[in-house]
Design a protein around this ligand. Structure first.
Ligand SMILES: Nc1ncnc2c1ncn2[C@@H]1O[C@H](COP(=O)(O)OP(=O)(O)OP(=O)(O)O)[C@@H](O)[C@H]1O
Length: 251
């Protein structure tokens, strides 16, 4: 479980997160939803220690993110943030291989190479493995970054808007893969904008607005017409497709 207790955060003096307490359950796919600027990325970055905690406490599978050594934490949790500032003169295979660093610390072995090959294959990147990042499309680069996080082979995987730039087929393939990882015992937390991906695949949903958690629980209990209409300040209807909620908001 990821436990978040009393987390508040300011950027340049401006309050961004207000006393957030929530949890991401173990062995589930958790979707963080909410309008632009709600604080989803900031919260995920604090969990993934991409930003230092200012107030409150976060533990990941019992490891306090404020005090656990980086190499220990990197074998428990992989995080892919929204802004990835990685050198573009890097081949896709090299980028994905970075995911193995916490395991081999500079001396990759056969298991590390196998995991990289597996991750490249899983995201249909094998034919592009020798290309540089600035020689592939936005969606292909996005898949390579996700493959890097998956290659890290951690119990927890945190992804900030991983569906960005992905076409329908690759988005569905990613969600199926994340679902399979969760069904195999891993835990996933992801920021999702396209609400129907949360509706179709998430077990647990955390809804945020104005730096606060406004609802949390099983997908079916959070993805209701009233709650989503309030959350996004827009009229939303909920239908049903194959026993899951289908969110209608296009007209
Ligand atoms: N570096 C920064 N400097 C100043 N304000 C920031 C900075 N980063 C984020 N913020 C502000 O913090 C708030 C929360 O941003 P955050 O990116 O966490 O929201 P979000 O829910 O992930 O939004 P989105 O869906 O648009 O990605 C926003 O009001 C944003 O403008």
């Amino acid at each position: 479980m990821i436990q978040i207790d009393g987390v508040s955060h300011r950027i340049g003096g401006a309050p961004i997160l207000h006393d957030i307490s929530t949890r991401l359950p173990q062995g589930k796919l958790t979707a963080l939803i909410g309008p632009n600027g709600a604080g989803k990325s900031t919260l995920l970055r604090l969990v993934g220690r991409l930003e230092p905690l200012q107030a409150g406490r976060i533990t990941v599978a019992g490891h306090d993110v404020a005090t656990t050594p980086t190499d220990r934490l990197a074998r428990v949790m992989a995080i892919l943030g929204q802004q990835t500032a990685i050198a573009s003169r890097l081949r896709l295979s090299e980028l994905v291989a970075f995911g193995r660093w916490p395991h081999h610390k500079g001396r990759p072995g056969s298991v590390d190479r196998a995991k990289v090959t597996e991750a490249l294959d899983a995201f249909a990147l094998t034919p592009l493995a020798g290309r540089f990042l600035d020689e592939v499309s936005g969606g292909q680069a996005q898949r390579a970054h996700i493959a890097m996080a998956v290659a890290q082979d951690t119990d927890w995987l945190l992804l900030d808007e991983p569906l960005n730039n992905l076409d329908m087929a690759h988005a569905r393939a990613l969600m199926r893969r994340l679902r399979a990882m969760v069904d195999g015992g891993r835990s996933v937390g992801m920021v999702v904008h396209e609400i129907n991906y949360a509706a179709a695949w998430a077990d647990h949903v955390i809804a945020m607005k104005n730096g606060r958690v406004v609802a949390q629980g099983p997908a079916g209990s959070v993805l209701t017409e009233d709650l989503l209409s309030d959350l996004y300040d827009t009229p939303i209807q909920i239908g049903e497709h194959r026993g899951r909620p289908l969110v209608l908001h296009h007209c």
